[in-house]
Design a protein around this ligand. Structure first.
Ligand code: PLP
Length: 360
């Protein structure tokens, strides 16, 4: 079976060259006689793999020296709790922007630890756009401002970085980190589950400004305190070693491509190609305001849900998989992360046009 173009929202495609390198190194990593998954996390081989991955990520994102890069488990969902536990820092309140399904979950979890001010919401228009800066009603007492730059389910992406009024800005970048350059200094903390755009599931990356670490809520468990990871090079306990290694290979792949500036050009082209095909069709519809459309997750509907099964079946036969939309939104969703080749998007557009000719 040839490899398919997999449009899954996550876990998602990995670059083929990364998988091939992992395959080559599977039984014997660089003369060690071991698979990386068999290595002690405290041995010199794995320590070198871990350090190289961090250095490459720092280079790709130009992460300043006063930020820590932490490699954790627990997914972005665990960060929904760790962020308030560590960043409320004696404050009682935080500002959250409510822009889709993942923000809602982050808000619900934060409410367990403090009071949440919803500084903006687009729920009244079914999360079809990002709010503009002038809509944000920030609370002077907030300990931090949290938002979701790319809402993976609704396909809504902020076209700008909000001004948090001097408060630490916290971003759930699970489905957008590494898709384009970001100015890390605008943020207090960035987190991302790896399985969308970074590597395999099981690894979560946190980039946090040092001064925000070290004042967790009383009773915070050791494993939920950022300090534990910062003080121990993310090796207080056994880290997800194999996922860390694969993420490192992805970072090298990105560097080889020319870094995030080069990746952004490719991603913009992929997204434009797909949105242009949707808008030109009169058959497919994307509900998101053009300025807030995601580069990574493209939901679209057909004229009738009755056509969905035929679309999914036909796409699968053409080697295009996992296009079914999220159960809360319906229709289709094409996730086109970094590892989705341009040829995959071209193949999808060609299939969509043919499907429209037959059914339109
Ligand atoms: C997938 C996703 C999550 C949940 O990630 P887990 O790693 O499964 O906890 C949270 N936020 C965003 C934006 C996501 O895309």
């Amino acid at each position: 079976m040839p490899r398919v173009y997999n449009f899954s929202a996550g876990p998602a495609m990995l670059p083929e060259s990364v998988l091939r390198q992992a395959q080559e190194e599977l039984l014997d990593w660089q003369g060690s006689g071991m698979c990386v998954a068999e290595m002690s996390h405290r041995g010199k081989e794995f320590m070198a793999i871990a350090a190289a991955a961090e250095a490459d990520l720092r280079e790709l994102l130009q992460i300043p020296a006063n930020y820590k890069v932490l490699f954790l488990q627990g997914g972005a969902s665990m960060q929904f709790a760790m962020v308030p536990m560590n960043l409320l820092r004696g404050g009682a309140a935080a500002d959250y922007l409510n822009t889709g399904s993942w923000s809602k979950k982050a808000i619900a979890e934060a409410r367990r630890f403090g009071s949440v001010n919803v500084a903006a919401t687009t729920e009244d228009t079914r999360f079809n756009r990002a709010p503009i800066q002038a809509e944000l009603k920030l609370n002077g007492d907030a300990a931090y401002v949290h938002y979701t730059p790319n809402e993976t389910i609704e396909g809504v992406e902020f076209p700008y970085v909000p001004d948090a009024g001097g408060k630490p800005l916290v971003a759930d970048m699970s489905s957008t980190l590494l898709s384009r350059p970001v100015d890390i200094q605008r943020f207090g903390l960035i987190y991302a589950g790896a399985q969308k755009n970074i590597g395999p599931a099981g690894l979560t990356i946190v980039i946090v400004r040092e001064d925000l670490i070290g004042q967790p809520l009383t009773g915070t468990p050791t494993m939920l305190d950022y300090q534990t990871y910062a003080d121990n090079e993310s090796m207080y306990n056994t880290p997800p070693t194999y996922a860390w290694y694969l993420a490192g290979l992805v970072f090298q792949w990105l560097k080889g491509l020319g870094g995030l500036d080069a990746m952004a050009v490719i991603n913009a082209r992929k997204a434009q190609h797909l949105y242009a095909a949707i808008d030109a069709s009169g058959f497919y519809t994307n509900p998101v305001s053009p300025e807030s459309r995601s580069w990574m997750n493209v939901p679209f509907t057909l004229p009738s849900p009755d056509l969905d099964d035929a679309f999914i079946k036909g796409a699968k036969a053409a080697g295009l998989t996992t296009l079914k939309g999220h159960r809360s939104v319906g229709g289709m969703r094409a996730s086109i992360y970094n590892a989705m080749p341009e040829a995959g998007v071209q193949a999808l557009v060609a299939f969509m046009q043919e499907f429209e000719r037959k059914h339109g």
